[in-house]
Design a protein around this ligand. Structure first.
Ligand code: GLN
Length: 383
């Protein structure tokens, strides 16, 4: 039987297949950003209570009011951003679900969507699966800057929007206010949408600051801001995220959200309300703890001969795997897995550019003891 043509060339990503390969050898998974740290007690308790109280039925597609209110309150307190909890906030099935719903609602088949390379594969492949065309603007190591002229050249009459992932998965790039404004000026000139994936908002290092694109002048009206709880509360399997957008866009996106998922899991929405009530120290501790993990992994990679590009944000490190002398990044990742039982993701999952063949992505969202063991094994391997 025939399969939809949009799916030609699309397969389950290497992020997932490396997890399978890792499980097969009982390795340490620094590939997929699984983030298997303990769930914060108030969040876990919130979910248990909601289940015990029988909060088991559908919510409105946009989610429960207390959660939308808590999200709006947080964005206002942290960034001075104002969104109407009733009409401009939608709770989604993860940022991934929010992204799919936004692409479905805002774009039409054949439209072009810009994204920065290296890109998060789910952004790229979701765009393709929706019948849209991803168009890449390179950002280059070590600073992951981009050329404004390359951005201009990428814009065509079919361009409808840009995907901005900051802090970026996989490079860790944190877009500066100046960069956001350079992008904003172009979006304004061509009347384009920005879909900003900010799920790593709390993961920034070395004094870097996360600035939401929507806080920049005139940006809010053309922006769909995506966030989520997976990383912040270490609940990647809960599939719980949110988006904020101007009312008309939020309404259309919510129709897609309803069609795709009906609503985000009800008891987990209540748990997120409890999570958002945690004090500011929670986030300060999170940041400190991840800064330490980043140091452990980067030092080990360097000692192993896999030069890391130290990230400013998120919880991944792209490292140079040329020392392994393999033909492809996939071969290099597999060789690292075989030799030390540590999984990574081949750089080609994030690049169309051949530089992807020289890189692998390692995740440091792991418990300290596990990360220390991975570091020990990498060091012992030494390429
Ligand atoms: N965001 C995570 C990553 O980049 C998980 C992706 C996934 O499994 N879909 O690894």
């Amino acid at each position: 039987m025939r399969i939809g043509r949009r799916m030609e060339g699309l397969a389950i990503s290497d992020i997932r297949s490396m997890t399978r390969a890792c499980d097969a050898v009982n390795g340490i998974n620094l590939g997929q950003g699984v983030c298997d740290l303990p769930t914060p007690p108030p969040v876990a308790l919130g979910a248990k209570q909601a289940i015990d109280e029988g909060r088991a039925i559908y919510t409105q597609p946009e989610g429960i009011a207390p959660l939308r209110e808590a999200i709006a309150k947080k964005l206002e307190a942290r960034y001075g951003l104002q969104y109407d909890a009733r009409s401009e906030v939608v709770v989604t099935a993860g940022a991934t679900g929010g992204f799919a719903a936004a692409c479905m609602a805002l774009f039409e088949p054949g439209d072009e969507v810009l994204m920065f390379e290296p890109y998060y594969g789910y952004h790229y492949n979701t765009v393709v699966a929706m019948g849209l065309r991803p168009v890449l603007v390179p950002t280059l190591p070590p600073n992951w800057g981009f050329d404004a002229e390359a951005f201009d050249r990428a814009i065509t009459p079919r361009t409808r929007g840009v995907v901005l992932c900051t802090p970026s998965n996989p490079s860790g790039k944190v877009f500066s206010p100046e960069e956001l404004d350079a992008i904003g000026a172009r979006l304004e000139a061509h009347d384009l949408w920005a879909i900003t994936d900010e799920i790593y908002e709390y993961f920034v290092y070395d004094g870097a600051t996360h600035v939401p694109f929507a806080t920049r002048p005139r940006a809010r009206e053309r922006c769909v801001l995506l966030g989520g709880f997976s990383k912040t509360f270490s609940v990647t399997g809960w599939r719980l995220g949110y988006l904020c957008a101007p009312e008309a866009a939020a309404r259309a996106i919510n129709v897609c959200n309803d069609l795709l998922y009906v609503c985000a899991p009800t008891p987990l929405q209540w748990a997120a309300v409890a999570g958002l009530a945690m004090p500011a120290e929670y986030y300060a501790d999170l940041q400190r703890s991840y800064a330490g993990k980043r140091r452990v992994l980067c030092d080990a990679l360097r000692d192993a001969g896999l030069e890391p590009y130290e990230p400013q944000g998120a919880y991944y490190v792209l490292a140079d795997v040329r020392a392994l002398n393999k033909r492809t990044a996939k071969e290099a990742s597999m060789a690292i897995l075989e030799r030390c039982g540590v999984a990574s993701v081949p750089g080609t999952s994030f690049f169309v550019d051949p530089v992807g063949e020289t890189l692998a992505r390692f995740c440091f969202a792991k418990e300290d003891a596990v990360l220390d063991e991975a570091a020990r094994r990498l060091r012992a391997a030494k390429w």
